[in-house]
Design a protein around this ligand. Sequence first.
Ligand code: MN
Length: 300
Amino acid sequence: MSVFAAKDARCIACEGSVDLTIEPREKDLGDFSVRRVLPAPARRMVGPFIFFDHMGPARFPAGKGINVRPHPHIGIATVTYLFEGQIMHRDSLGISQPIEAGAVNLMTAGRGIVHSERAGDDLDRESRLHGIQTWIALPEDKAEMAPAFSHHPAASLPQLAVEGTTVRIILGEAYGQRSPVPVYSPTLYLELRIPANSSVALPHNCAELAFYVVEGAVAVGEREFSGYTMAVAAPGNAIKIRAIRDTRVMVIGGEPVGERHIWWNFVAASRERIKTAGADWKAGRFDPVPGDDEFIPLPD
Ligand code: MN
């Protein structure tokens, strides 16, 4: 999933604790839609997060599903997290790993990896898919590291109750608990399920912080945020969010890692590195994905 820029981001005059909202651009991919939230014109990154895609919710008839052919990445780690459904991941390290709801697939591209994302063994029946794929820019001293992959089952992630809210810690540390998923720089990624009329204070130890309303609606002070909106916190502000309805919110944050260029599936601190990666893909110099011989050609 890639290539669509968010269409709209507007400043709301730094009022309250939120100073920017981002409305994603919805891209209809036939049987399902993807919402690109980051990068947005007004906001490229939040902490190390440079890419934020909301997939679905989608319902597929039997025989249909997600079907992303092998393609390369550099300079990032991809984090796949599902609410419903499953995706079969295959990569050039030789790993085949299905992911299901509540688990994390962390794929660290480093100097280069190739992967495909296709339907799981639910392909032969009607299925649903709903989740988030984010990309985290690697710090410069890790950008050319060897590629790596790790799978973290749902039961391995901390889950706790905070003032009635169910918190799952996907990356980093919050509310006194830490995710087992490795990070390369200070990073926070949480799923919050907030019952209607409950409030929860977001962690305030992040240099940069944003939340995204997956479903439901919340308020920060007088201001309301509905589904598919990302709200970026004003620096140094403590944010308390109150659910207007039963709500699912993702929280992202961390320390900035510096500016990055992003083109197609490549992220790097220099344009030259992205050009080299494109030439390498065109010339077949990336490792193949064992058992998956198709590929996505380099765009013009
Ligand atoms: Mn990918």
